[in-house]
Write a protein that binds this ligand. Structure first.
Ligand code: N01
Length: 483
């Protein structure tokens, strides 16, 4: 017996959850619910609203391939623009009637036939197939700094920026110099804000200029849709054949070229002492490459102060560094990143024989071809373990993954059997092959970065997006058990 009309539950109404909903609709499956813990779609673009928020992947490439957007206003779209795009997708594809807002899933149990899901407020749902689209950079990572709770002013994580915060006349402290910290610094620096940046590790910065798309450009894009397809291809080629190729081939000419550019960029910092403080002591691209045209300019402004002494503790008045200096502040921003390896957790999944996902992932999260987990039938992840996630469009990667998941669902609709589970031996073999390929990547050249798991092995795809698309072209029947 097959499941001709499966009921599907999707977790999360961000970019990838909505994409999954569209894929189901295209396949004629209307019986699905998207559980969204918040009250609006958009995921990361709904949650983040810090000053300077933008996407460092060009907008015309950070777009669903089937939904080019002539309304982009910047080469690197700003957060609100992307959120508008996400909302328009929900409306255009009539997804809202499938979304249960304020529905935070906490638990899923498979009874041998179907998944039984429970939400935080006790509501339930039942599904043949569950797809987790919960994002990667989602759970804020808070620093373990003595006295942090004692700070008298506003203190918050970058992903929890208060909606009505007025920074006029305030002394702002910022901990963290990742992509987020760099974007905040660039924007607040430009605005003339009194800003103290606490840097633990300097970053390599690739200078790529933003560009405003005026009315004429947007009209042209509306009238000539081929233009948007051409821009998608152009940026895809640039980002995937240069950045993504270089990061996994660190002996390549392309890597050396990028290395020269970031060194040239650093040398634009005029003050030798400031330049010294901003000079990383690790290879370029070891941490995720940061693209910014204005960061060093902001750093050189008189209203921006760079502190490289270690933070000793936080006190009500501000931050005390190891040299004993108190940096007095009114606002403290924690741009300290995310727990990138949690994936679908803390949602707990339990199989019919009582095994949990926490147990299966006790050593580390792992997945079959990044999207399915041995032992967990009819369960799929988008942007799961070892997903390619570097300097390219994660929308493009999610498109590849949702095609693969749809092919698995089509198998359930067509073939004899109702439970599809990846074989543990196939998953382990492929995982080992991926890990053996990490040596040539820049991520393992001796810096701390969020790709690395507890063993120091990158939890990401070790090759190019093109290779990933080939790897995910179609499910291999022998790698799954269908019962
Ligand atoms: O986080 P991060 P992020 N004391 O983990 C520092 C995506 N993103 O939010 O380097 C002092 O990169 C930490 O220092 P160190 C993008 O994929 C995309 O910036 O560990 N400092 C580091 O400087 C990105 O890569 C866009 O020594 C502490 C910083 O905090 C990912 O999100 C925009 C500390 C954390 O950097 C994460 O970026 C923004 C402590 N105790 C983000 N703990 C796009 O444009 C941590 N740090 C698509």
């Amino acid at each position: 017996m097959a499941i001709t009309q499966p009921r599907v539950a999707i977790v999360g109404a961000g970019m990838s959850g909505m994409l999954m909903g569209i894929r189901l609709k295209n396949a004629g499956i209307e019986d699905f619910t998207i559980h969204e813990k918040a009250s609006e779609v958009g995921g990361t673009w709904r949650e983040n609203r810090y000053p300077g928020l933008s996407c460092d992947v060009p907008a015309h490439y950070y777009t669903y391939t089937f939904e080019p957007n002539p309304e982009w206003e910047h080469r690197f779209a700003q957060g609100p623009e992307i959120q508008r795009y996400m909302r328009s997708i929900a409306d255009k594809y009539d997804l809202r009637r499938h979304i249960r807002f304020n529905s935070e899933l906490t638990h899923g149990r498979h009874d041998g036939n179907r998944w039984h899901l429970t939400t935080r407020d006790g509501a339930t749902d039942t599904a043949d197939v569950v797809v987790a689209a919960t994002g990667v950079l989602h759970h804020p990572s808070y620093p373990d700094i003595e006295g942090l709770d004692s700070f008298a002013g506003d203190c918050f994580h970058s992903a929890r920026w208060p909606e009505d915060l007025d920074l006029t006349g305030k002394r702002v402290g910022l901990i963290g110099t990742g992509s987020t910290g760099v974007q905040i610094t660039t924007e607040l620096g430009r605005r003339g804000q009194d800003l103290t940046v606490f840097q633990r590790t300097p970053q390599w910065i690739f200078p790529y200029p933003d560009r405003k798309y005026g009315r004429l450009g947007r009209t042209l894009a509306r009238r000539v849709p081929g233009l948007m397809r051409a821009l998608y291809k152009l940026y895809q080629l640039g980002w995937e054949r240069v950045f993504s190729y270089a990061v996994v081939n660190r002996n390549s000419l392309r890597y050396k070229l990028i290395d020269r550019v970031v060194n040239w960029n650093l040398n634009r910092v005029r003050d030798p002492e400031l330049r010294r403080k901003l000079t990383p002591d690790y290879a370029s691209m070891c941490k995720r490459m940061i693209l910014s045209w204005g960061y060093y300019d902001a750093m050189q402004r008189p209203n921006v102060n760079l502190v490289t002494d270690d933070i000793e503790r936080v006190v009500p008045e501000g931050v005390v560094t190891r040299d004993g200096k108190l940096h007095e502040l009114d606002v403290l921003v924690l741009a300290t990143g995310f727990r990138a390896h949690d994936y679908v957790r803390p949602i707990e999944l339990e199989t019919a024989d009582g095994h949990t996902l926490s147990e299966a992932w006790a050593d580390r999260p792992h997945a079959h071809r990044t999207v399915a987990v041995p032992g967990f039938p009819n369960f799929f992840l988008i942007l799961g373990p070892k997903t390619p996630i570097a300097n390219y469009s994660v929308i493009s990667i999610a498109e590849t993954q949702t095609n693969y998941i749809m092919a698995c669902i089509e198998r359930l609709r067509r073939d004899e059997g109702t439970l599809l589970t990846p074989r543990a031996d196939a998953a382990a073999r492929l995982d080992a092959e991926m890990e053996a390929d990490m040596d040539n990547t820049a991520w393992v050249t001796g810096c701390a970065n969020w790709y690395l798991d507890d063993r120091g092995v990158p939890d990401t795809w070790p090759s190019t997006p093109d290779d990933y698309r080939k790897y995910m072209a179609a499910p291999v029947p022998a790698e799954f058990e269908l019962r």
